[in-house]
Design a protein around this ligand. Structure first.
Ligand code: HEM
Length: 367
């Protein structure tokens, strides 16, 4: 018997492939910001706690100052993929969200608390104080939010446990248990955080606002963190694959897109590991190298986003939910209007970032 709620009789207003494309692009951007936040926050905490040199504290302050901005991207770039995911997978995603209702709704106050703590952490560091504990609390809450997201995105794939969970608590008091895929998936998110934080530090090492000694510190420490994070990612990524049921492994292997994404990610992760180690040894890196590092980091996260999408589609298909089986009545005028506004919106965001970057340079040269 198919355990998913019945499909909405209203047809989709655009092709499934377009929703999936937009979902993956925007989700890869959300993941990039989220992984930088998760990784760089912990690195800043550790540097504030342990760094003996002035450069260590400068690096902690330089990153902490930028984290509230990163947080705005985490949230704003999370909204579009959430909308696309609800359109495509609403029958599964709404159900799992209700089943962990209390946890799911708690994400909102938790986000506000993290935001506030990030500002306090950055302000404390700017004044040269030891405020690692504030950053640590923010990191623990951020990690808990990540855990809630992983629980929801895996519970939506398990209709067989929904009835039991609803009987246990209609308010959604419990996170699901007994799914062997959750822990490796969560550990993979955490490992990616280190890769992203390290690559971000290598990127920051080309900033002229830091002294030559601080820039060397950024690329040396960032390079080692990115190399270590990539190695952990490789271990966690293999664990994620091995935790999938045989039918999902076969489905992923048989699908050309997921095969390319999987092998592409594996190869790129090895490339990032080696080049991050080279950046650590050959510091400071040139501006072009730091931009290349940032681009490689993003492509790696985009490839893992495609593969993750494959895990969901293959798992759901094995349980009778085919995301491609929807009635589509495309409203092209609305689709074109949406795409024009989407591209214009991206342009405006790019322009805002360039204005901020220029303003920061002017402020720094005035000091
Ligand atoms: C500090 C805040 C946040 C953290 C740490 C975080 C973390 C995560 C993690 C770990 C996942 C992947 C779960 C998995 O597949 O195993 C995820 C997915 C996702 N997050 Fe976030 N997130 C945050 C905030 C948000 C916000 C505010 C939104 C939206 C308003 C959002 C939207 C999404 C969406 C749409 C997905 C993927 C849904 C899908 O499976 O298609 N996130 N997030």
């Amino acid at each position: 018997m198919n355990s998913f709620p019945r499909v909405d009789p209203i047809p989709l207003p655009a092709p499934v492939w377009l929703f999936k494309l937009l979902h993956i692009v925007t989700l890869a951007l959300h993941f990039t910001a989220m992984e930088i936040l998760l990784g760089a926050l912990l690195v800043a905490v550790l540097l504030n706690l342990l760094a003996r040199s002035g450069s260590g504290q400068t690096a902690a302050t330089g990153m902490a100052r930028r984290l509230p901005i990163v947080m705005t991207y985490v949230i704003n770039l999370g909204v579009p993929p959430l909308l696309f995911a609800q359109v495509l997978y609403g029958r599964a995603l709404y159900t799992s969200s209700v089943l962990i209702g209390i946890w799911w709704i708690s994400v909102i106050p938790a986000l506000m608390l993290v935001y506030w703590l990030l500002y306090r952490f950055a302000a404390g560091l700017e004044r040269g104080r030891s405020v690692w504990w504030m950053g640590l609390i923010a990191w623990l809450i951020t990690g808990t939010i990540a855990r809630v997201y992983t629980s929801n995105m895996t519970l939506m794939l398990r209709p067989e446990v929904w009835q039991t969970m609803y009987s246990a608590s209609a308010l959604g008091r419990w996170l699901p248990s007994g799914d062997p895929t959750v822990l490796p998936r969560f550990l993979f998110v955490m490992a990616t955080g280190f890769m992203a934080a390290g690559v971000w530090m290598v990127y920051l090492s080309s900033r002229r606002s830091f002294s030559p000694a601080d820039r060397c510190y950024f690329s040396r420490v960032g390079g080692w963190i990115a190399a270590g994070g990539s190695a952990l990612q490789l271990i966690a990524g293999i664990a994620v694959y091995r935790a999938q049921p045989a039918i999902v492994q076969t489905g992923l292997h048989d699908h050309v897109l997921y095969r390319i994404a999987g092998w592409g990610w594996l190869t790129l992760t090895v490339v990032i590991l080696l080049s991050a180690a080279a950046a650590a040894l050959l510091q400071p890196v040139a501006a072009l190298t730091s931009w290349t590092a940032a681009a490689l980091g993003f492509v790696s996260i985009a490839l893992e986003t495609v593969y993750r999408d494959g895990i969901r589609d293959v798992t759901l298909l094995s349980k009778g939910f085919d995301v491609w089986q929807r009635t589509v009545v495309t409203n092209w005028s609305v689709v074109v209007l949406f795409l024009v506004l989407f591209v214009a919106g991206l342009g405006v965001v790019g322009w805002l970032i360039s204005v901020m970057a220029r303003a920061q340079r002017v402020m720094e040269s005035a000091i």
